[in-house]
Design a protein around this ligand. Sequence first.
Ligand code: AMP
Length: 439
Amino acid sequence: MTFSDLGIISPILKAIEQQGYTEPTPIQAQSIPILLEGHDLLGSAQTGTGKTAAFTIPIIQRIFLQRNKKKKKGRRVLRALIISPTRELTIQIAENISIYSRHTGGKNVVIYGGVSQHKQTSALRNGADILIATPGRLLDLIGQGYIRLNSIDYFVLDEADQMLDMGFIHDIKKIIAKLPEKRQSLFFSATMPQAISELSDQILNHPKRVTIAPEQTTAEKVSQSVYFVSKPDKNDLLKHLVSENPVASILVFSRTKHGADKIVKALHKSNIKSEAIHGNKSQNARQKTLQRFKKNKFSVLVATDIAARGIDVSKLSLVINYDLPNVPETYVHRIGRTGRAQEIGEAVSFCSNTEKKYLGDIQKLINQKIPVISDHPFYNPKDGGESDAKKPKKPKNRSRSSSSTPRVSKKNRGSFKGKLKKNSKRKPNFKKSSKRKKG
Ligand code: AMP
């Protein structure tokens, strides 16, 4: 199955190809034809399944074709409204749309709360086809007269169950009341409790249903471990891991652009070839760096989350979370960069004292305890040793490292087994990991 089999037009196919997507994910293969035919859709799917492309691509295509039909193009009016619960998701969706509509000349505007509205309202004034919004800011700007929804032909409610959890249900109902009756509606939710299916009944008209199994598979496919380490020691731990794996292709995640540059500098000082990609680099520069990485011109690519979206390097040996993400779903996205296409990947996370909360959130999301590696030169019990401790149950004279953090079983330690002791001469062999059984 290819994207062109799904009926996608060439300017969008070109953008998809540039993204490095070779074939549609299951949700894309199922949803795109339904949406191009104009049906409503009820989708049960989580982030990480390729859901965003599944719903944005058909909307971009339909708007493009309809706009092209008109001889006099005129000022753009809002044709599509996408509502999502969080600022991060909203931005991510907008970024996806910008990528897929690179060659169609479509315009989108993203609005969310917590920042000044000025930039958002001037972008709206310039006109756009697609509006991506969080519910509160949307109602606010509608109230102030900056936005009218009477020209909306496509409406998407993303992450509906999260909307409900965040108390947005009344806002959603207010928004729906302002939409034209005649429209195509899409409704996505990872779970379908009663309140959600009632809401979907109000929004959708004879919807087709697409259900994709939760993407726990990513977390299951990737062998994960965490290193408790003080912030100032992170560079040394990174160098240590990299130098033990001279031929590996390693993707390092940094939370900030500035951080990414600092990591690259530190690696260069130790003669480790590495490059960074982040939002301050042009798309062109990022693509070039990526190509060089794919051709093994250097072994360590340091990226921020935004820049890493869409990175598809098939032979990635290891993902290192230099910083843990504060949005737990981002962790799943990151580790999903390795372990693609039937292979078991390897993901390592550095966790300093201040990041323990993020680790807890991640473990909750993936419903899994990530094994802790404590036999490495930079292990700092103060950082991680107490994070997971169930202290009341701990016998008095047990040592911290063996009780408060789950020591990695030999099975789980996998390719790092025994090689992180100082002066160890053994080299990790990431390839081995594909043969390893899950612990
Ligand atoms: P989403 O579920 O929309 O958040 O997508 C998860 C990740 O998969 C994003 O980083 C996308 O860029 C990526 N992605 C989406 N569709 C494909 C595809 N067909 N092939 C490879 N990667 C994809």
